[in-house]
Design a protein around this ligand. Sequence first.
Ligand code: KG4
Ligand code: ZN
Length: 356
Amino acid sequence: MNDNISVINAVDSNKIKGKDKGNVCILAVESSCDETSAAVVSDGKNVLSNVIASQIAIHKEYGGVVPEIASRKHIECINPVIRQALDEAEVTLDDITAVCVTYGPGLVGSLLVGTCAAKAIAYVKNIPLVGVHHIGGHISANYIEHPDLKPPYMCLVVSGGHTNIVEVKDYGVYNIIGRTRDDAAGEAFDKVARTIGLGYPGGPKIDKLAKEGNKDAIAFPRGHIEGAPYDFSFSGIKSAVLNYVNSCNMKNEPYDRADVAASFQEAVIDVLVGRTIMAAKEYGYTKVAMSGGVACNSALREAMKRSCENEGFNLYYPSPVLCTDNAAMIGVAGYHEYMRGVRHGLDLNAVANLSF
Ligand code: KG4
Ligand code: ZN
């Protein structure tokens, strides 16, 4: 690993009482985008280690993830990250029951690095291989810190690549209620951040700047799809921000970046919260969860909390480090797949547009 890659050990080892390997000890691998991550998860809930090597510092120079660079960095990081995850969990490959790996959706070159590493381990140790859907992983991140959360419930998945309202009928059994028709919410955050000169990744930067702005300063549109009340569209909001900024620039009028950030964020949050609550009510759920990178957003968390309190719903979301890409969530999702009897052969391939 090189200096530009920051490695987070996302587990507070003081919180783990002994390193209990449990009955089913999963080694999980995630490499779908720009984080190389490996984790050891026992019995689907105890995270013994969760090592995340982030490439953000590298891609930031280019204003977004460069797929070719991402794949090469994954190759550099994958073995040391897996080694570190095993060491921190105080296990060896002989303790591992099964290897779980994200095989889609994501960047194909990035996914291939994780799937190849997982297949090699499964082959050499002659243990089961379980391919995991990345969105199922994000949803399952909620089980790590909330042992009381059990299906069924309604979940909003909001990340850089996905925006879905998902009915979680059982572990690993999903019904998509709503999806984005164009950009994902995180993608809109990243593009708007670039428009107002904040750099990559835009989500956390807009989150911070918005605190200094007025969310009612500019009325950006709330995308609505006729006949599909739970679907999303963020391209209109994104273009409206671009038009606003361009028109100010043309008139040589300064604009307040904090107001733009706050008003844009408010428009996105308004539709995310409104549609998730509406879906929960319509389907008769009183439990609502959120996950994915955008679920780190402080204003979204507050707005969802307020709305859930008003409705008398219980709300669940993971700590920020478990909202963004990490292997622990893949280990939890993979555990439930493993228990349901899902096994993949060594012909498991990376699928960039894996359906959900
Ligand atoms: O889940 P994730 O790590 O990767 C994908 O599966 O896409 O999500 C990354 C996305 C990026 O678009 C990033 O800008 C956004 O999550 N994000 C945020 C925040 N933190 C990360 N968006 C809004 N507010 C945040 N605090
Ligand atoms: Zn993700």
